[in-house]
Design a protein around this ligand. Structure first.
Ligand SMILES: [Cu+2]
Length: 77
């Protein structure tokens, strides 16, 4: 979930092979971008699903708003 300049939750854990459903609930465009993935621009109301098959801890961010602190951490285990 994206809300004004923040991911909610911004730090979360999933299992290997799980999918993450990303929903932009904000009124402006965001991205969900990590070291090995990038949703690209997601407009208001957009939904994308990404599956994670590799264990690790990955920092992610929103490309336009990284400098505003729109970041988080995904743990896959
Ligand atoms: Cu953003």
């Amino acid at each position: 979930m994206m809300s004004p300049y923040t991911f909610n939750p911004k730090d979360f854990t999933i299992g290997v092979g799980d999918a993450v459903r990303v929903h932009n609930g904000d009124t402006i465009t965001h991205t969900f971008t990590g070291p090995s993935w990038d949703t690209g621009d997601m407009g208001p109301g957009a939904v994308k699903t990404l599956r994670f098959n590799k264990a690790g801890t990955f920092s992610f961010y929103c490309a336009p708003h990284q400098s505003l602190g729109m970041t988080g951490t995904l743990t896959v285990r």
